[in-house]
Design a protein around this ligand. Structure first.
Ligand SMILES: *Cc1c(COP(=O)(O)O)cnc(C)c1O
Length: 494
């Protein structure tokens, strides 16, 4: 399978090359030139376990891997690090089916891709005879950071540097990252928001002289953000899985459509659902949920992407994003692979913080619906479903639930719905426990204990005794110093 840049001016790659490269040299994002079609019956997919199904979905994208290599990657990724019987349970509550993607080592859906990506990366490195150490740069709104640190911890031939916005991630997320172990892991906060971190990170990745300087001492860069196509493809597998499970449980007749609602930030997760649809999963609407940072809601309603707006820090911090990088891939696909049009829109975004989609793209937007939830509405949704079904969900998942309910109210569309459940409620325990009526706890960590006592739901192992782990990464730097931090970190390694 060949992967091309959305901006059309970078060399084509196979998946191995695209995963190592991270972001294309013309600043575009790698996309597959076609979508392989699912070629088995739903009865067959429904009978598979998660690993077998993921292998089926990924194989056509990875022609350069042998069957043994692919299987070794998937077996290495989805071990009992995932604390659920089938890796990804589908749980019926509140009239919808929640695809619980958060049972991995860091208790958020990012684990699904970041458990697999290091295996894809190291297999690819060996195939391409790369002798440089790959330095993975990550900017995170919270959950990617820890999932990437866990995924790449002590992986030979790699090191990882994570930047997160100071005081803009949850206390649990911050404690996870600052206590991350591994001899190849580096973490600092930056004074700025997520968009600042991501923009500067992209600039470092595109800085040719700096790349050469680090190349001379044996390093090359890559990205573990969802701009890396190696993040997206593992996620496609769980949407195929979701549909197969819906069939298996009798919630949908094989071949009939479902709706999929995804709480979105950088647009990577919902884009994977779009890819699954292109591969043949019957989907009626893809519903994009946002929090108060609702630039995507406006985009889907008007076709205009307008980033000239206030930025809010909310109780669903992993979705506090104004520049949704992966939307670029959707523009490319909906626009009929018109890379010149994508370049035009992205240039406008960089210059004016605003662009209007082309008519071809606008016509495709009807495959999507969109809505948003305020912080109060998020808490209300958590309280409602806990009361009605004793189901505990986190603040991000609650965005999805609320937006889906609004969509049903507006449209009367009774298509069976899958809601992507993106984080454990314990990752945002103070907000969740408040929402179900518990008294305010002393801090986030006490809230975890109180929530577990009240609900009886087990605390994920990745969040247990977090408070007592030693701080290993205490840094906080100016955004302008990110490049120097990278240089000094690499030069300081033995
Ligand atoms: C990252 C994240 C999101 C947003 O996912 P995108 O792929 O960036 O759209 C939503 N919820 C949680 C808990 C996350 O960690």
């Amino acid at each position: 399978m060949i992967f091309k840049s959305t901006r059309g001016q970078a060399p084509e790659k196979n998946l191995s090359g695209a995963v190592i490269q991270g972001i294309a040299s013309d600043k575009g994002l790698y996309v597959p030139i076609e979508f392989p079609q699912l070629d088995k019956s739903w009865a067959e997919y429904a009978a598979m376990d998660y690993k077998t199904l993921a292998t089926e979905v990924l194989r056509p994208y990875l022609g350069e891997f042998t069957e043994e290599e692919l299987k070794a990657c998937i077996d290495g990724a989805y071990t009992d690090k995932f604390e659920a019987d089938d890796v990804v349970p589908l749980v019926h509550a509140g009239g919808a089916d929640f695809l619980e993607l958060y049972h991995g080592p860091t208790a958020a859906f990012k684990d699904m891709a970041l458990a697999l990506m290091p295996y894809l990366m190291t297999t690819a490195l060996a195939k391409e005879h790369e002798d440089k150490t790959v330095c993975i740069l990550v900017s995170t709104s919270g959950d990617t950071g820890m999932a990437a640190l866990k995924g790449f911890e002590d992986v030979p031939g790699t090191c990882i540097i994570v930047f997160f916005p100071d005081h803009a991630v949850s206390p649990v997320q911050e404690q996870q990252m600052r206590t991350a172990t591994g001899s190849n892991t580096y973490v600092t906060s930056i004074f700025g928001n997520f968009d600042d971190a991501q923009t500067t990170q992209k600039a470092i990745l595109n800085d040719k002289p700096f790349g050469e300087e680090m190349g001379a001492i044996g390093y090359r860069f890559s990205a573990a953000n969802s701009m890396n196509v190696g993040r997206l493809l593992p996620q496609v597998a769980y949407y195929v899985w979701a549909y197969a499970q819906m069939v298996k449980k009798g919630r949908v007749e094989a071949g009939k459509p479902i709706n999929i609602c995804v709480p979105s930030g950088n647009f990577g997760n919902i884009l994977s659902a779009y890819y699954a649809k292109q591969m043949g999963v019957p989907v009626n609407k893809l519903i994009c949920g946002s929090n108060k940072n609702n630039v995507l809601t406006d985009f889907f309603k008007t076709g205009v992407y307008d980033a000239r707006r206030a930025f809010y820090v909310t109780n669903s911090p992993s979705m506090d994003i104004i520049i949704s990088s992966n939307l670029e891939r959707l523009l490319y696909h909906l626009g009929g692979c018109d890379d010149a049009a994508v370049r035009g829109m992205m240039d406008k975004l960089a210059a004016d913080k605003c662009y209007e989609a082309t008519d071809a793209i606008k016509a495709g937007l009807s495959e999507f619906a969109a809505g948003f939830a305020t912080e109060e509405e998020i808490l209300e949704a958590i309280g409602d479903i806990y009361k009605s079904d004793h189901y505990l969900m986190d603040t991000h998942t609650a965005v999805g639930y609320k937006v889906w309910r609004d969509y049903v109210k507006e449209t009367d569309d009774d298509t069976p719905a899958v809601i992507a459940s993106t984080a454990s409620p314990y990752k945002f325990a103070a907000a969740v426990s408040g929402a179900i009526g518990l008294p305010a706890a002393e801090d986030e960590f006490a809230a975890i204990d109180a929530l577990s006592k009240a609900s009886g739901v087990r605390v994920p192992y990745g969040l247990k005794d977090l408070r007592s782990r030693p701080i290993l990464h205490s840094g906080a730097i100016a955004r302008e110093d990110m490049k120097d931090f990278v240089r000094e970190t690499i030069r300081g390694r033995k």
